[in-house]
Design a protein. Structure first.
Length: 133
C-alpha cells in the first residue's frame, strides 16, 4: 500500500509499505543438522524468505530542472526486522531529444545473511548513454 504525489511541476514522491507472508514456512534456524541448517539459511537469504512475514518500505523521489533536460531521482528499499536496504541515486541529462546520458549508484547494505547484504559486493557506479530514434 502506498501513495504517489507530484508537487509543483516536476517533484514526484512515491512511498510504499510492503508486507510479504510466506505460507508453509519452516524456520531454517530450527533445523538440527548443522550442514543442512547452513544450506537452508543460505537458501532463505537467497530467496529473501528468512522469516514467515517480512515488511518494509520503498521510497522514490524525482525532480526535473533546466527546462526538463536534467532529471534526478533517488530510490530506496528497506526491510524491517533483519535490517537491510538498497539505495539508487541517479542523474539523467538530455543532451538532445535523441541522446540521454545517465550516471548513478547502486548501493546494497545489510548483514551478510540478508537479501541486500549478500549483494553488498555488487554495489556499483554506472554510466550510460542512450540514443533513441
Amino acid at each position: 500500500m502506498g501513495g504517489d504525489r507530484t508537487f509543483f511541476d516536476y517533484l514526484n514522491i512515491n512511498f510504499q509499505y510492503y508486507l510479504r507472508h510466506v505460507t508453509n514456512y519452516s524456520d531454517p534456524q530450527a533445523i538440527a543438522d548443522p550442514l543442512l541448517r547452513f544450506a537452508a539459511i543460505q537458501t532463505s537469504a537467497l530467496w529473501n524468505q528468512f522469516s514467515r512475514s517480512q515488511h518494509g518500505v520503498s521510497v522514490r523521489a524525482s525532480n526535473k530542472w533546466l527546462n526538463e533536460t536534467l532529471e534526478g531521482e533517488i530510490a530506496a528499499v528497506a526491510s524491517f526486522g533483519r535490517s537491510n536496504y538498497f539505495i539508487r541515486p541517479k542523474l539523467v541529462y538530455a543532451f538532445t531529444d535523441n541522446v540521454k546520458g545517465s550516471l548513478g549508484l547502486d548501493i546494497y547494505r545489510g548483514e551478510s545473511s540478508t537479501f541486500f547484504g549478500r549483494l553488498r559486493d555488487n554495489s556499483l557506479l554506472f554510466a550510460e548513454m542512450k540514443y533513441g530514434f
